[in-house]
Design a protein around this ligand. Sequence first.
Ligand SMILES: C[S@@+](CC[C@H](N)C(=O)[O-])C[C@H]1O[C@@H](n2cnc3c(N)ncnc32)[C@H](O)[C@@H]1O
Length: 216
Amino acid sequence: MLLWNLGEGMTYSKRFSSKFFSRLLKPAHPDNPIRDRATSFEIVFEHLDQKNVKNFTIVETGCMRADHGELAMGDDGASTYIFDDFINYYDGQVLSVDICQANVDHANGMTSDKTKVHCQDSVDFLWNLPKKQIDFLYLDSYDIVRENPHPSQLHHMKEMCAVIDKLGKGSIVCVDDHDAFFTGDGKIAKGSYVKDFMDDIGYEPIHEGYQIVWVM
Ligand SMILES: C[S@@+](CC[C@H](N)C(=O)[O-])C[C@H]1O[C@@H](n2cnc3c(N)ncnc32)[C@H](O)[C@@H]1O
């Protein structure tokens, strides 16, 4: 069991702020919109920093890809890269899944051996994960389309169904592209159905912006 003494200056969120915060707010092209994942990731890492046992399990659906360049932080987010940085600052594992082999190869090539990206459908993957509590679940798989958001929203709800028995008190859940079309109301969001479900079981988001975050 790895225990950390949280002294001044010894938190990952501080490292995240100096290393990634501003890069996440800079799209590869100036015409691309700014997607603020920096604020929400900082909140997530501040919560994880508070945990006494620094051996984390991060699970992600939809890994980093090279669509906007090798490290497209300001566009897709390069989440796998950032989570790998976190897990190497402390300890633990990043388990990621993507249905596209090229993206899986890219993400495995950009991360350490503490991160393992699997090529599989995310619902199947989450259902078959060992029953160990997840510290941070990041849902960012099936891309959402404005004219037909339902398949993406349903897929993310199916992911929640498949993973629910690996979540517990203190698990953090974040869904990306909550304000994908900048409508400001989170209605055409990857996580709309997940939000409905979380509302029903009594969890208020701790952050709602480009991403939505809950602490269970
Ligand atoms: C928005 S991208 C992920 C971006 C990444 N999280 C980042 O920060 O760079 C969505 C990814 O989900 C993958 N995907 C789509 N449907 C999927 C499914 N059913 N299961 C697993 N992955 C899927 C796509 O191949 C794509 O790589």
